[in-house]
Write a protein that binds this ligand. Structure first.
Ligand code: FAD
Length: 290
């Protein structure tokens, strides 16, 4: 099933993101995570892919395939092109197809000076066009409520996003954000620019200070005062910070759903406890049919 079709049947869609286990962790750890996430009945689960081409990328396809075949949940496999040429991308697409994975989140990936860059695909829109031309897949893309960090300004960023949608992206998932008003302004810009595909809001429950520092250094999300106060107040009390982070995410989600968001994409960080707490808090809010 195409992910984009889900949005014609349900509002809001609830999806999860997981990542393949690190080299030092056994593969079984992800299946323990998925066992628990499965019970929360997400509409789909996406699996990340390392832009650095770390040896574990074959796991993305394996895990996406298991999400479909073992857990009966719709999977979406992330795929990056910053360090891949057409031949490598074609091989990945062949493998995904063989494993019955029909939905791809097409990404450029971050430019890393330590990883040789390849230039068959300059932007995610080029990868999107390539996959659509080849056929057989439904393609999604990433978007940035606060603008991508390489963009000169928010208007330029939206115009680039429009190219991605025109190239064939049928659904968008947003970068994490902690201030819903920034997401609403972004949505307005996107709709004015003629981007009409479903846009899911990316929500990351923050559960420790290190995690937030890492995330902010990677994606530059701005931190509202009330969020900073929460972190500062509970940084030395891990359980309190975890509970406060969950409450903050729930607060964001309730407001987003009240404002008619197409979907919520939860960055689970492979932590089913947190996903469960959030799902319990928003249980009845998920019952709406389109
Ligand atoms: P693009 O859409 O190509 O955008 C990159 C920059 O180029 C932007 O500044 C954009 O404005 C500009 N641009 C785009 N098109 C054009 C154009 N035609 N002409 C000129 N400029 C243009 N990274 C991973 O390594 N693995 C993952 O699994 C992963 N999953 C992600 C999931 C989500 C939901 C999100 C939001 C991000 C994810 N990332 C992942 C991070 C992502 O790879 C980085 O943010 C990366 O820097 C940009 O990727 P992109 O696909 O958005 O690139």
């Amino acid at each position: 099933m195409q992910i984009s079709k889900l949005f014609e049947q349900k509002s809001p869609v609830l999806s999860f993101e997981v990542f393949p286990p690190k080299k030092e962790s056994p593969i079984e750890t992800i299946y323990q995570t998925l066992d628990e996430l499965h019970d929360l009945s997400p509409d789909f689960i996406s699996v990340t892919y390392s832009a650095g081409g770390s040896g574990g990328n074959h796991l993305t396809c394996d895990i996406a395939s298991a999400i479909k075949n073992k857990y009966g949940i719709l999977p979406i496999a992330h795929l990056t092109c910053v360090s891949a040429d057409k031949e490598q991308i074609s091989a990945e697409l062949d493998r995904l197809k063989e494993n019955g994975v029909e939905n791809i989140l097409a990404l450029r990936g971050d430019i890393n000076p330590n990883v040789p860059r390849k230039y068959d695909f300059a932007h995610a829109s080029d990868l999107t066009a390539f996959i659509k031309e080849r056929g057989g897949f439904s393609v999604s893309g990433a978007c940035y409520p606060e603008g991508h960090y390489e963009s000169e300004n928010l208007i330029e960023d939206i115009l680039h996003l429009k190219k991605k949608v025109d190239a064939g992206a049928e659904h968008l998932i947003s970068q994490l954000f902690f201030d819903n008003d920034l997401f609403y302004s972004f949505l307005e810009r996107a709709r004015i620019a003629g981007i009409s595909v479903p846009i899911e809001a990316g929500i990351m429950p923050v559960v420790n200070k290190k995690q937030i520092e890492r995330m902010v250094s990677l994606c530059g999300a701005s931190l509202p005062q009330k969020f900073v106060k929460m972190i500062n107040r509970y940084e030395h009390n891990p359980e309190a910070l975890r509970d406060a982070g969950i409450a903050y995410a729930v607060d964001q989600i309730v407001d987003l759903i009240a404002n008619g968001v197409d979907g919520i994409h939860l960055y689970t960080m492979n932590n089913p406890y947190i996903a469960r707490k959030i799902c319990e808090s928003i249980g009845a809010l998920r019952q709406t049919n389109v």
